[in-house]
Design a protein around this ligand. Structure first.
Ligand code: 5AD
Ligand code: SF4
Length: 442
């Protein structure tokens, strides 16, 4: 085949990055060639994200740029991953995109490419509810040659139906991968030079595999992995507060190679808003869970997702969120202002009635507050000696290594002799709100 160089651009979360690895493996196995840059490619895949309006606008802008490239040379463009129906309609009518492939149809990508080269515009509606891609093994390419950390999806889809969220519509119902395939893949990654794996799922704590009398839940999966690959660092994301069990916390505290960090999106500190969001926990239950984490795993860092300006959020609800943040003092977090997503319950049934400027003001307030809390939490590390897995050179200073400690906090320190993939013991001497700065402790 003449046209077989592909290039993937990512527009989403860690799950999309992991999906790009799956797609790369599928295409390499079908004789396609991964291009190092866009200019050399004939097939351009945009791994889309629709979670917020902003992500879709970015995708639209990118396609406007690619339109010019399409006029200059023969290229085929595919939108893959989490795209909404609106995006499909918009680009289908403009005839700018050659094919659309949702997350459960990646195995069809080679066919879609052939069809579009033959001049057809194609859209897959296939919904393979059990697809986990468990049999598809990661392929080491030139591009990821130096990487020592990897993502691995253990569940796909989501059953939670939070009223604001498009994910259950774009990624479908939740399903878990076979634990044997997960262990096998983690071993494969380790043998290929990877030192850390992040297990991914929209809601990893609801991981469940049942086969005859063998039941593997998330705590058991973590325990199995930690024992089978003791030299591999294990992380996971995301935890839904509603599903996190004591057993999981105990397993995390028991194994040194399971990292002490939990990403625990709260979304809001107001019970009224949590209910409107269909988040299935109350502020009090969430705070109780945080206390439990802190008592079972005292060194655990906790991060969050918070959304401002959801439907009917008033100043008191916003203050409830601020108070909750003050009570917990998270290590870090991701903050957004609400944007209605077509098709969701909130879009259909609730009013997006918080004015834009108020959403923006509230968002800025929580961002500023989080920066203070992050700085406060970073101070706790001063003077400690911490184990850091070296991931690369610091972007700001190539005389420094960059890595992360068990709490998923970034640590930089002068290089001396170690290498990428080594563990360093670093004494923390200084901090900003985002970075720990230290020196090798020998
Ligand atoms: N608007 C803004 N933020 C959203 N998120 C999910 N849906 C929306 C939306 N419609 C945020 C949530 C979620 C994170 C991944 O993205 O905080 O936890
Ligand atoms: Fe969306 Fe809620 Fe599922 Fe997270 S848990 S992916 S916010 S529906």
């Amino acid at each position: 085949m003449k046209y077989k160089n592909f290039y993937i651009e990512n527009y989403g979360c860690q799950m999309n990055i992991s999906d790009s690895d799956i797609i790369t493996s599928i295409l390499l196995n079908h004789g396609f060639i991964l291009s190092e840059n866009l200019d050399k490619a004939n097939i351009i895949l945009l791994n889309a994200c629709s979670i917020r309006e902003k992500a879709e606008l970015t995708l639209k802008k990118r396609l406007e740029q690619l339109k010019f490239l399409k006029k200059k040379k023969k290229i085929w463009i595919g939108i893959i991953g989490c795209f909404s129906k609106e995006i499909t309609k918009f680009f289908w009518n403009k005839k700018m995109v050659d094919f659309f492939i949702p997350p459960d149809s990646y195995r069809e990508i080679p066919n879609f490419i052939y069809y579009s080269i033959m001049g057809m515009q194609y859209l897959s509606y296939t919904k393979k509810k059990n697809e986990t891609y468990a049999d598809i093994s990661f392929v080491k390419t030139k591009q990821n040659n130096k990487k020592i950390t990897s993502f691995l999806s253990i569940t796909r889809g989501c059953n939670n139906m939070c009223t604001f969220c498009i994910v259950p519509f774009t990624r479908g119902r939740e399903r878990s991968s076979d634990p044997d395939s997960i262990i096998k893949e983690c071993k494969h990654l380790y043998q290929n030079g990877y030192k850390e794996v992040t297990l991914l799922g929209q809601n990893v704590d609801s991981y469940l595999w049942i086969e005859e009398k063998n039941i593997v839940d998330f705590s058991k999966l973590l325990d199995l992995l930690a024992k089978e690959i003791p030299m591999m660092r294990i992380r996971f994301s995301t935890s839904n507060p509603h599903d996190m069990s004591n057993k999981v916390l105990e397993v995390i505290s028991k194994h040194k190679n399971i990292c002490k960090h939990i990403h625990l999106p709260v979304q809001s500190g107001s019970n009224k808003i949590l209910k409107l969001m269909n988040r299935k926990y109350t502020r009090e239950e969430y705070l109780f869970l945080v206390k439990k984490i802190q008592s079972i795993i005292p060194e655990c860092s906790i991060s969050h997702d918070i959304m401002t300006g959801f439907c009917n959020e008033n100043e008191q609800d916003h203050q409830d969120t601020i108070n909750l943040m003050n009570e917990i003092k998270y290590n870090y977090g991701y903050m957004f202002s609400y944007s209605p997503r077509p098709g969701t319950y909130a879009y259909r049934k609730l009013k997006d009635n918080v004015p834009k400027h108020i959403k923006k003001k509230r968002l800025q307030e929580i961002i500023d507050l989080q920066r203070k809390h992050s700085f406060y939490r970073m101070q706790e590390h001063l003077g400690r000696v911490e184990e850091v897995l070296i991931e690369g050179e610091s972007k700001k200073n190539n005389q420094y290594w960059y890595g992360r400690n068990t709490q998923n906090l970034i640590v930089v320190f002068p290089k001396k002799f170690l290498n990428i993939g080594d563990y360093a013991h670093v004494k923390i001497k200084d901090t900003t709100s985002a970075t720990l700065i230290g020196e090798l402790f020998i």
